[in-house]
Design a protein around this ligand. Structure first.
Ligand code: R5P
Length: 284
């Protein structure tokens, strides 16, 4: 299988290729003077056969590069597209009249035989792809990473009930406890936020979410858990978007460490989703 690494997913594509013994093709990316992108698959592309394009769409230009790579593979017998992190997935509904469903617009433009996403923000987005679309779960990879670190009586916590499946999947079969943060209204003016079932005193707590963008959600949870006596508060996410000064915000709130996967290649991307993607490609 030919594997084509988009500009946003070079490291991950290399790792996937290593895992499954794929043929990693070299691709040229550059910008024209007017800012338009130029993309070209360089080697061994006369008879493309089955191709897998791996490209996260963190920025708008990442999305354009993905569309260009798909078009460059027009003659391939089979096109797999792996979008490890899919941008615009949070606009999965029309929240106000006049808005687009951006996730539908993005998905509709992707022409392929198979599409693989990783912990996409909402699974219902998969229905917007014309292709067969599969969402992969990277949280067990994070769970194993946590298990191998020397945490003190670790507890994995979701920042809200909707993220509970992430906490459960990261901890299941590893013998690590999990819980979620719940908001309780005490009066008209005051609310408390604390883990629903478990006392965090003296424990290392790892808050897990699908993504960290501005860091606002995590920063609030880190401060609260610190005040409630956790010995150390860490954060984990599948997609380290980490926009603007998110990292600084996390440290100012007292985070002890940041754990993320390589769906987006950042300094905190310590746990690789390559085995998860390789396994899905090998056993479709
Ligand atoms: C929300 O639905 C997501 O799961 C994340 O909790 C959210 O997008 C994180 O955003 P931020 O880092 O900007 O608080």
């Amino acid at each position: 299988m030919n594997i084509i690494a988009g500009p946003a997913s070079q490291l991950l594509a290399g790792r996937v290729s290593e895992e499954m013994g794929g043929n990693l093709l070299v691709t040229e990316f550059k910008k024209f003077p007017d800012g338009e992108l130029y993309t070209r698959i360089l080697d061994g592309f006369e008879d493309p056969g089955i191709v897998t394009i791996i490209q996260s769409t963190v920025s708008d230009s990442d999305f354009v590069a993905l569309l260009q790579l798909i078009d460059a593979c027009y003659e391939a017998s089979n096109i797999n597209v792996v979008i490890p992190y899919m941008g615009y997935a949070r606009q999965d509904k029309r929240f106000k009249s006049g808005e687009p469903i951006s996730a539908r617009a993005m998905a509709g433009a992707i022409k392929a035989d198979n599409v693989y996403t990783v912990n996409i923000h909402e699974e219902s987005i998969l229905d917007y792809f014309d292709a067969r679309a599969v969402n992969l779960d990277a949280t067990p990879v994070i769970g194993r990473y946590i298990k191998n670190m020397e945490f003190e009586n670790p507890l994995i916590v979701a920042p809200d009930i909707s993220a509970t499946p992430l906490a459960r999947n990261a901890s299941v079969s590893l013998g690590i406890d999990y819980d979620f943060l719940e908001k309780t209204r005490l009066s008209g003016e005051s609310v408390t936020i604390s883990p629903k079932n478990v006392d965090v005193k003296g424990r290392d707590v790892i808050i897990i979410d699908d993504l960290i963008s501005t860091g606002g959600t995590m920063a609030e949870a880190i401060s609260l858990l610190g005040e409630q006596g956790a010995s150390g508060v860490f954060v984990a996410c599948v997609h380290p978007v980490l926009a603007n000064n998110a990292v600084i915000k996390l440290f100012k709130s007292g985070v002890k460490g940041i754990i993320a996967t390589d769906t987006i290649d950042k300094g905190v991307s310590v746990a690789s989703v390559a085995p998860v993607i390789a396994s899905a490609l090998c056993h479709p």
